[in-house]
Design a protein around this ligand. Sequence first.
Ligand code: ATP
Length: 211
Amino acid sequence: MNSRERKRTKLALFGGTFDPVHNGHLALALAAYRQLEADEILFMPTKLRYYKTTKITTSAYDRYAMLTLATQPYDFMRVSDLELCSDPEENYTVNTLRRLKEEMPDTELYFLIGGDSLEHLGTWRDPEGLFSLATFAAAIREDVDRTKAEELIRNYQSEYPGASLKLLSMEAMDVSSTVIRERAAKGDSLDGLVPENVEAYIRKQHLYQNA
Ligand code: ATP
């Protein structure tokens, strides 16, 4: 096989606050790995919470540490501190994708989002730039969300010709970081919601006591 025929590496970037990472995030990453036939899933915790009203109070160190624990069983998952270590102005997804593209010009980039984030994509900084750099893959619940998601995709593609968006189907997982923080604050079990080693870390470090 010569170099032109060689399959391009598929890297799926998964950005989020991951405060903390939970089993819904892992299920999305697994769905992407299988359905996109991705070579690697790269979790990229963000420094700031751009589109939400609540502030992150958990340290970058703790959020990164929990991601490292959660992804330990999967050799195709990695955690990047690129956004945690760069200055906030460079932190926009479009800038991150640009940096990765420069570093890995031959890699096919995907960006993973939950279905709920699909409708906000047009408000992210420089959507045109975003769509020129990566294929966006949104995870939807097969039973309810498909029609609405397909309509959103059609709208993006007519506004940004050439934009590439895909849907990933996954079983609905009714879990969010908000729920985890609230349960941890009350001392409720996190069993089945986060990996065991993440729950142990939350307890040991006394995280989310005032959530
Ligand atoms: P919070 O409750 O603090 O708002 P979150 O659980 O939504 O957090 P984020 O780190 O903000 O977690 O999300 C990162 C990405 O993961 C987003 O694209 C979001 O849509 C997606 N996501 C979050 N929870 C789930 C879930 N249960 N199933 C699938 N995708 C999810």
